[in-house]
Design a protein around this ligand. Structure first.
Ligand SMILES: *Cc1c(COP(=O)(O)O)cnc(C)c1O
Length: 399
């Protein structure tokens, strides 16, 4: 997909609009499958981007699906994933939501002792489960997206192994898998190996174990000089570590991963229009027709998105602060070098596939953007832009 394609889409569909070049998803998926052993399975973390067309595309690639809510499970089934290719990994949900997932016969991952006990008392070993462990490895690019540390709400602490075992024995739980997800954007691949070794140790406590799920943490580069997780070298290390374990223990487990942004981040291009150029004493602002209501990542966790001016690619580079049109401090980027921006120019935010549209809202009574899928050289509208009526859709007028 070229910049010219993006400009045509902006012209045809208007802005703001999210465009997904699905070829990139396929390439990222191949990187993963070619780096690990053939039996390794990849569960796309649906929460990164759940448009039904993206889910269907990922299903056709052969991946499985990691879901964090019952609605993601239902979307996954609707997109064509069979139940054995869906893992339900909720946190802080009640037993009723877990029972609803059981009715769909998907894999279930339990992340706290209270639910483990309730589940065991009601179902015993009749339905196999995963247990989510918190290994207390500090990993992840940013405290807000790190999940494995000691203060994290996720998983059951490895220090509570005895308690897990007690519940398991007294209720006859059938634990088929162990899970850990230590956070997003892990820079040091050795963290995965460290996690894997903890898994091997824990495996001794679970006689029915078949699967080890290492979650995600695969990093993608957001700016120049950033690195992508080197999955080739990680794959080699992981394979060596598993081989050694299998030889020593005589046991064999299937390895699972749950990549979200690694699969879809790069595919996404978010197009906006420059509304106003505003020169102040200190800086030059570009005010665009969007805001953190459409792309919250920069304000939410200081993420960096490369921004380019598609309408004036040869213009002289100048320094800008790019802001949205929301009545809150709403900065996409500070002091960015961008080809001269004029009012009306189309700008693109790169790497906007993961947690972009998915986290959008109607804040300021603005309309959510449209979504376009670029497939085999053609652009397909896959979500209409909100309309004014959508703002009132679920409201009940009593006055
Ligand atoms: C969010 C999440 C993922 C995906 O994380 P990425 O950083 O997008 O790869 C995987 N597993 C679980 C349980 C998650 O909550």
């Amino acid at each position: 997909m070229t910049n010219q394609d993006l400009l045509s889409i902006a012209k045809e569909c208007g802005t703001p609009v999210y465009v997904y070049d699905v070829n990139s998803i396929s390439e990222q998926y191949k990187k993963l499958t070619s780096s690990f052993s053939k039996t390794t399975r990849f569960f796309y973390a649906a929460k990164a981007l759940t448009n039904i067309n993206i889910l269907k595309y990922v299903e056709k690639l052969g991946a499985s699906l990691d879901c964090v809510s019952i609605n993601e499970v239902k979307l996954g089934l609707k997109a064509g994933f069979s139940n054995d290719r869906i893992l339900f990994t909720p946190n802080c949900v009640d037993l009723a939501e877990i029972e609803e997932a059981m009715s769909h016969k998907v894999h279930i991952n339990i992340d706290n002792i209270s639910i483990l006990e309730q589940f065991g008392n009601k179902f015993g070993g009749s339905y196999p489960i995963f247990v989510r462990i918190n290994p207390h490895i500090y990993a992840g690019g940013n405290h807000k997206i790190s999940t494995g540390h000691i203060d994290s709400k996720f998983g059951i602490s490895i220090h509570q192994m005895r308690h897990i075992e007690r519940v398991m024995k007294s209720t006859n739980l059938n634990v088929e898998g162990l899970h850990m997800h230590t956070g997003s954007e892990i820079k040091d691949p050795d963290v995965f190996i460290q996690g894997l070794e903890i898994m091997f140790e824990l495996a001794e406590h679970f006689p029915n174990l078949k699967y080890l799920d290492m979650g995600s943490g695969f990093k993608v580069p957001y700016q120049e000089g950033d690195i992508e997780t080197d999955v080739k070298s990680l794959g080699k290390k992981v394979n060596a570590s598993i081989k050694k374990y299998e030889e020593e223990s005589g046991k064999k487990f299937q390895l699972w991963f749950e990549p979200g942004k690694f699969l879809v981040s790069d595919s996404g291009h978010f197009l906006v229009k420059s509304n106003v150029i505003k020169q102040t004493t200190a800086t030059v602002f570009v005010g665009v027709n969007s805001g953190f209501n459409h792309l919250i990542r920069p304000m939410f966790y200081d993420s960096y998105h490369i921004i380019e001016n598609l309408s004036n690619p040869k213009g002289a580079e100048r320094i800008y602060t790019v802001v949205g049109n929301i009545c809150e401090t709403d900065t996409f980027a500070w002091d960015r070098k961008i080809n001269e921006v004029r009012e009306g120019d189309v700008l693109v935010f790169r790497n906007a596939g993961a947690y972009g549209f998915e986290m959008s809202s109607n804040f300021n009574s603005r309309l959510k953007p449209a979504e376009v899928m670029f497939l085999d050289g053609k652009a397909h509208l896959i979500r209409k832009r909100d309309e004014f009526e959508d703002l009132l859709k679920n409201q009940i007028e009593v006055l």
